[in-house]
Write a protein that binds this ligand. Structure first.
Ligand code: NZQ
Ligand code: ZN
Length: 386
């Protein structure tokens, strides 16, 4: 196992009815900016729950943060923060609203002229404006990590940012929010969280027994709850497990002491930037091809995964590894997610080369756990995904 440091300061309030406790987590004298998305919270009762809990607090609202949080819109929110002397941010939404709030937390305390530099120049945020979250969509893990992904439509960019100052102070995880989530987003949440575990697990053996078992446990739990939650999102037991799995998949714990890959995400972000494909679906498009292309370096973990997670006991290491890839693609199909780029766009020719160029321009010339995956490799993986 590699040496590591681990600190996750986010307080989690988990379970039915916990939204009412938002009032005890936000400082009484705070001037709050409540941030939300396209309006789902006003239809499913979450907005009312939050607002009634915050009765007597000084709250300003900013809605309209779109899926794949858009820089131009966030800059409007930044203006509100400055003109209304906001001191505390409260994100009520999924990964996009929470990520947008993280950007604002950083931008509010940033001295430079152009907040986009936080992303373009990868400036880490060590101290941001404090913020809490009320999670409405289990998927990204953003509610308990310090990363964010922001989109800029005018330049077709989707870039990451983060830093130790961008953990939420608290996050409220009430699994009853799952019941209003549309099928497409439920599937996205399952696929995204599953791939988060894969990115931190499917590398090479390093003797981290506990990290492996936790990762496998999260994947097994997701596989178990997936058909239940897709059929009946009001099933509290399934929703609770789904929600906690998504948080645990990307709160930093399982990546400690082990090598991590993240190439699927890096290539996937480019597919969203180019075609607007949902984040989780870009991952489903690339995962099978990425593992087939890198079978040589990932075969032992692929075989271990096939055996422990999917119960594949027959065959050589290579055969098990290939079975693991097939099972993974089958899992995406089982929740209604297509796994070829051509399922999403007719305009896919040349995408591999375009992504290779974008990675090169950004200096991302060594992806994967060995930092050896070149833009030319990425080009081939994307082409295998057409
Ligand atoms: O905008 P509203 O009206 O709220 O509707 C949203 C949105 O249309 C809807 N929704 C959310 N909760 C709902 C609901 N509809 C009904 N009932 C509810 N309870 O779902 C739609 C998608 O929301 P979004 O927040 O975009 O989804 P998700 O949580 O999947 O977030 C995706 C974003 O997170 C980034 C992605 O790149 C993408 O931009 N990621 C962030 C990560 C992080 N910070 O750690 C890691 C991930 O790998 C990912 O890259
Ligand atoms: Zn993801």
């Amino acid at each position: 196992m590699k040496n590591f440091e681990f600190k996750n300061p986010t307080k989690i309030l988990f379970g039915e009815g916990q939204i009412a406790k938002v009032s005890s987590e936000v400082p009484a004298d705070a001037k709050i900016l409540l941030l939300f998305g396209g309006g789902s919270i006003k239809k499913n009762g979450i907005y009312e729950q939050v607002m009634s809990a915050l009765e007597g607090f000084d709250v300003v609202e900013f809605g309209g943060i779109p899926a794949n949080p858009e820089y131009a819109i966030l800059m409007e929110a930044l203006e509100v923060i400055k003109t209304k002397n906001i001191t505390y941010l409260l994100a009520v939404g999924g990964g996009s609203v929470i990520d947008g709030t993280k950007f604002l937390s950083a931008a509010a305390e940033y001295d430079g002229d152009e907040p986009w530099d936080l992303l373009e120049k990868r400036i880490p945020t060590l101290k941001g404006m404090p913020f809490g979250t009320v999670l409405t969509l289990p998927a990204t893990g953003s509610e308990m990590n310090s990363g964010a992904v922001i989109t800029r439509a005018d330049t077709k960019q989707k870039l990451t940012m983060g830093g130790a100052g961008l953990f939420p102070v608290f996050s409220i995880l009430d699994p009853t929010v799952v019941k209003s989530i549309p099928q497409r987003q439920l599937a996205n949440g399952l696929a995204d969280s599953f791939t988060h575990v894969l990115e931190q697990y499917m590398t090479y053996p390093i003797g981290a027994l506990l990290q492996d078992r936790i990762a496998e446990g999260i994947m097994q739990s997701l596989i178990e709850v997936a058909p239940v939650i897709m059929k009946d999102p009001t099933d509290y037991k399934a929703a609770a497990n789904f929600m906690w799995c998504c948080t645990m998949a990307l709160n930093g714990l399982i990546q400690k002491g082990v090598p991590t890959d993240w190439a699927i995400h890096m290539m996937g972000h480019e597919l969203t930037a180019l075609y607007g494909i949902d984040h989780a679906r870009t991952l489903a498009i690339l995962t099978g091809s990425h593992y087939e292309y890198n079978l040589e370096t990932k075969r032992e973990k692929l075989a271990q995964y096939a055996t422990r997670v999917w119960g594949v006991t027959e065959g050589s290491v290579d055969e098990k590894a290939k079975a693991g890839i097939e099972k993974t693609v089958g899992f995406f199909h089982s929740i209604g997610i297509d796994t070829k780029l051509s399922d999403y766009t007719d305009d896919y020719k040349g995408t591999g080369a375009e992504i290779a160029k974008r990675l090169t321009d950004r200096g991302m010339t060594g992806l994967g756990e060995h930092r050896s995956l070149t833009p030319a490799d990425a080009e081939k993986i994307v082409e295998m995904s057409y």
